[in-house]
Write a protein that binds this ligand. Structure first.
Ligand code: BGP
Length: 490
């Protein structure tokens, strides 16, 4: 296995799943703070008849683990040192937008939030890790949804631009790699968190805030995300020439294989790639608004239009690289509808895959699918690729030796990294592999602690108890060996 000398080896987390301290130092709630798991359909908000607005109303019977998460806000130095112990030369996390602009629409940023991230990112550099920073990882301030309807409202562009330019200026020289919106192509499956959309001026059913969000509002958000992404690239270029901006898409759906050679299934699989991945990838990377969307807009009965100036902006401000998550593959058969969760698309079970993660999650394991995905994306966009999420969540407990023999995870990463090497032999320009969840964090999809991805265990449980102590799992040493040998140990 031959990896280039400057290959980025590391891991990835997100502020909302790691930091906790949800209302500390001026931060205000963001969209994930009112959900127990982003797949959940009932956010802790309610309609106030008097104000004619939604407001936060958490459910006392639920445990919102993300509010304290794994206390990364206070423990990140200890954790980053553990990451360094594995030899990481890169680390991905996000900035919680609400630490910088607590409600999102303020004129002035919150100095405490800026100072916190400045210290954290500088500390990464000090340890020899390249900060890879997501500007928005399901962390739109809640106020922007309840007050403005979120990303369906073009006003968000103004707030976003203020936020990103503040960040670019403040972290100049410290952060050089930014990702815009985490898995933004999940907009239509998770309009509230991935789309940051809430229908507020004409809600159909106030008791069902997510279900009540209109398709027109979601497509307006699509429009605004395309503009926001291009503006981010443009702003970065104006502020700091060293910055590289990438998009970030969930790409497990790239490997939506036709279930068989029935042309209907081949066409269906092609369409699934377009409608789930490329409809964002094409404008972000190629600067074009794809014509295959016209049919979908007609079907959805929505109007989506871009001015000439917007088209030009999108055309001229494409991203510097493409980053993505990959967890698994699926198969398309016309008889089955495609679903999705945080791991990607779910169609028909693929009889050729031998492995699946243990239940209850049971995600199929397809390392070849990562090679396929890398090749498809590179062929289409000819941009450097960065894997910023790949990993496996397992239900684990410490054994009598105070560790966890997570052989399944070891096998998972070995096979996936081997396929990264194969894709590079195929000719793909892949710049790095950042494992998802190198330390146990709150699961995005279900909001649990029980679903653990870490090489480092954190003592915290679904009911919220736990010492928060950290312990190394067996995979910690294996990943260190792989990194130390630059892949040769595989
Ligand atoms: C992605 C998210 C991450 C992450 C991961 C694993 O969709 O970007 O935030 O958590 O999925 O998902 P889960 O935590 O649901 O297993």
């Amino acid at each position: 296995m031959d990896f280039p000398k400057n290959f980025l080896w590391g891991g990835a987390i997100a502020a909302n799943q790691y930091e906790g301290a949800w209302l500390e130092d001026g931060k205000q709630p963001n969209v994930t703070d009112v959900l127990v798991g982003i797949m959940s359909k009932d956010p802790g908000i309610r309609w106030n008849d008097a104000t004619q607005k939604y407001e936060m109303a958490l459910d006392d019977s639920k445990v919102y683990l993300s509010h304290e998460a794994v206390d990364g806000y206070h423990r990140y130095k200890e954790d980053l040192k553990l990451m360094k112990g594995m030899g990481f030369n890169a680390f991905r996390t996000s900035i919680a937008w609400g630490r910088i602009f607590p409600k999102g629409d303020e004129d002035e940023p919150n100095e405490k939030g800026l100072a916190f991230y400045e210290e954290m990112f500088s500390y990464m550099r000090k340890l020899g890790m390249e900060p890879v920073i997501t500007l928005s990882h399901y962390e739109t301030p809640l106020h922007l949804l309840t007050e403005y309807g979120g990303w369906s409202n073009p006003k968000l562009l103004e707030f976003w631009e203020r936020y990103v330019s503040t960040v670019f200026r403040r972290f100049k020289g410290i952060v050089k790699i930014y990702l815009t919106f985490n898995e933004v192509n999940a907009l239509f499956r998770m309009p509230f968190v991935a789309g940051g959309v809430l229908t507020v001026d004409h809600p159909k059913d106030v008791s069902d805030p997510i279900g009540s969000t209109t398709l027109q509002d979601q497509w307006n958000a699509y429009h605004n995300f395309l503009v926001a992404n291009a503006r981010t690239v443009q702003l970065a270029r104006g502020i700091d020439e060293e910055i590289q901006v990438g998009c970030m898409l969930t790409c497990s759906g790239v490997a939506t294989y036709p279930y068989d050679c029935n042309p209907v299934n081949v066409l269906g699989a092609m369409e699934a790639q377009r409608q789930n991945i490329f409809y964002f990838g094409d404008p972000f990377c190629l600067g074009i608004i794809p014509t295959y969307l016209n049919k979908r807009w007609a079907k959805d009965d929505v109007t989506v239009s871009f001015t000439e100036a917007e088209r030009k902006l999108i055309r001229e401000n494409t991203v510097d690289f493409f980053s993505f998550s990959y967890y698994r593959s699926t198969a398309y058969d016309e008889t089955d509808e495609l679903f999705a969760d945080t791991g990607g698309m779910i169609g028909k079970e693929n009889p050729f895959l031998k492995d699946a993660a243990p239940k209850p999650w049971g995600w199929p394991v397809d390392p070849d699918g990562l090679r396929y995905t890398l090749n498809v994306l590179y062929d289409r966009y000819h941009l450097p690729l960065l894997i910023v999420e790949n990993g496996v969540g397992l239900d684990e407990n410490l054994d009598e030796n105070g560790t966890i023999e997570d052989d399944f995870r070891i096998h998972y990463i070995e096979e996936h990294i081997k396929n990264v090497a194969k894709a590079m032999e195929d000719g793909v320009d892949c710049r790095g592999y950042l494992y998802w969840g190198p330390i146990d964090v709150v699961s995005a999809g279900t909001g649990e602690m029980k679903k653990r991805y870490g090489f480092v265990y954190v003592d915290r449980f679904n009911d919220g108890h736990g010492t928060l102590e950290r312990a190394k799992k067996k995979s910690y040493d294996r990943y260190r060996e792989i990194i130390e040998s630059n892949g040769a140990a595989l």
